[in-house]
Ligand binder design. Structure first.
Ligand code: KIV
Length: 272
């Protein structure tokens, strides 16, 4: 993998992520939802690929992540797994697949692992879902936690604003992170919280902390469509755009339309 800062070619495991953290090496995580993108993302050296339920927003056009189903997550995850050689592949458990009871959570986590071939699952929430997290871990499935802005609870929050600015919520987040780490989660995603709170969590928790809008951490995660600039209208403060695919794709498609309409495509070299 020339040109990029790739650890090495070995398949990334949860153990490797802990070793990276302990050695002070940062973890790069990105979402993917399809085979072609997963091939590119994996080849460019991303350590962890997340099949986020953000697929609901960026692939399907829903306003929230709530409509995603287990079957849809498995469909996306299976496509991604086929494209990945090196990265650890984590699949989000969608809304409704683990909140009712631990048995549901374990059954759905097993389905996701068995039918997609991914390496781990991610769940949103703290002590409320601890029993479920423990039982999924007991089934031999690695679990990544997710605290702070948890989009599956957006209707309860009522806003996508930064979470845990108040001390009571910050204290709960720290104790939730400790509980998830003690239960055996291999990493915890912290979304849209003050950088100072991320530092505080890191003082209490030994597992890798992956931030998104949470300041510096052991690693970072972004939604691929956002960081590639495919979605013109979404530009939160935490987002760094690495490309302007909206313009690139619009120009390319516009050129194609002109070529077809002018009759310059296909030319003789492009014909049999
Ligand atoms: O669904 C998703 O893409 C996520 C990331 C934003 C962490 O959960």
């Amino acid at each position: 993998m020339p040109g990029y800062l790739v650890e090495d070619e070995r398949k990334v495991t949860t153990k490797r992520l802990q070793e990276m953290k302990d050695a002070g090496k940062k973890i790069a995580m990105l979402t993917s939802y399809d085979y072609t993108t997963a091939c590119i993302v994996d080849g460019a050296g991303v350590d962890v690929i997340l099949i986020g339920d953000s697929a609901s927003n960026v692939m399907v056009g829903n306003a929230t992540t709530l409509p995603m189903t287990v079957d849809q997550m498995i469909y996306h995850a299976r496509s991604v797994v086929r494209g990945v050689k090196r990265a650890l592949v984590v699949c989000d458990m969608p809304f409704g697949s683990y909140q009712v009871c631990a048995e549901d959570g374990v059954r759905n986590a097993i389905r996701i692992m068995k039918e997609s071939g991914c390496d781990a699952v991610k769940l949103e929430g703290g002590v409320e879902i601890l029993d479920t997290v423990r039982k999924i871990l007991d089934a031999g499935i690695p679990v990544c936690g997710h605290l702070g802005l948890t989009p599956q609870s957006i209707n309860k929050f009522g806003t996508f604003a930064v979470r845990a600015r108040e001390e009571a919520e910050a204290e709960k987040l720290v104790s939730d992170a400790c509980a998830l780490a003690e239960a055996g989660c291999f990493a915890i995603v912290l979304e849209k919280i003050p950088a100072e709170l991320t530092r505080r969590v890191a003082e209490h928790v030994k597992v890798p902390i992956i931030g998104i809008g949470a300041g510096p951490a052991d690693g970072q995660v972004l939604v691929i469509d956002d960081m590639l600039g495919k979605n013109k209208g979404f530009s939160p403060k935490f987002l760094r755009r690495y490309a302007d695919l909206f313009s690139i794709i619009t120009d390319a498609v516009g050129q194609y339309v002109s070529d077809v309409k002018e009759g310059s495509f296909p030319n003789s070299d492009e014909s049999y």
